[in-house]
Design a protein around this ligand. Structure first.
Ligand SMILES: C[S@@+](CC[C@H](N)C(=O)[O-])C[C@H]1O[C@@H](n2cnc3c(N)ncnc32)[C@H](O)[C@@H]1O
Length: 184
């Protein structure tokens, strides 16, 4: 959606913020992840994509914001890392089926993407997901409910997986839902 693109582009146009670090949930659980082909959805500045590319993954990274991906491209060139970068709106983006060993999504939730995420992972591959749950409305009251993980957490949304870590209410504010699952 054009409005989303503009909103995120203007957020990423701000150059004052330091480049983010990979998310601690991914970093702490990296030993579970052994390499191959990975996809990061709604990657933003792509700190997680960079982290994975430095650990035996060939990473495709998708985001609606061209600004974010331009910055990520610059960063990857500085670090001499190759990434497959795609500017795309996930409301319409065709996620390829059964080609990824790992799909990661951080701080982006859309119920309509769940089946496509599950289908994109090969048997034996992993899904790493972290997004806000209903407690996030206490932290940010105007956060749109459709972007929140449903009560009960992420695991229930991924049948056909072996759940390795299921944290429906995590983080200091309990406002995160986190999952690591292995596709059967
Ligand atoms: C909260 S940020 C999270 C970014 C990154 N995953 C992270 O953890 O730093 C949400 C991201 O979703 C992207 N986004 C929002 N709507 C999108 C859409 N429809 N398609 C693709 N990306 C989208 C934004 O550009 C933004 O980078």
């Amino acid at each position: 959606m054009q409005q989303d693109r503009e909103r995120w582009d203007s957020r990423y146009a701000d150059n004052r913020e330091a480049y983010p670090e990979a998310d601690e949930f991914l970093v702490n659980n990296a030993p579970l992840l052994t390499g191959g082909r990975a996809l990061e959805l709604a990657c933003g500045l792509g700190a997680n994509a960079i982290f994975l590319a430095q650990r035996n993954y060939w990473v495709d990274a998708v985001d609606i914001s061209e600004h974010a991906l331009r910055k990520l491209r610059r960063r990857s060139l500085q670090l001499e890392i190759e990434l497959g970068l795609v500017v795309g709106d996930l409301d319409y983006f065709p996620i390829p089926e059964r080609i990824y060993d790992l799909v990661v999504v951080f701080y982006f939730f859309s119920q309509s993407l769940i089946t496509a995420i599950s289908n994109s992972v090969k048997s034996g591959g992993h899904i790493v997901y972290c997004a806000y749950n209903h407690f996030h409305r206490s932290v940010k009251p105007d956060f749109k409910p459709q972007y929140l993980v449903p009560k009960g957490g992420l695991a229930q949304l991924f049948p056909g997986t072996q759940v390795i870590i299921d944290e429906p209410e995590a983080g200091p504010e309990m406002n995160l839902s986190r999952l690591i699952a292995r596709k059967l």
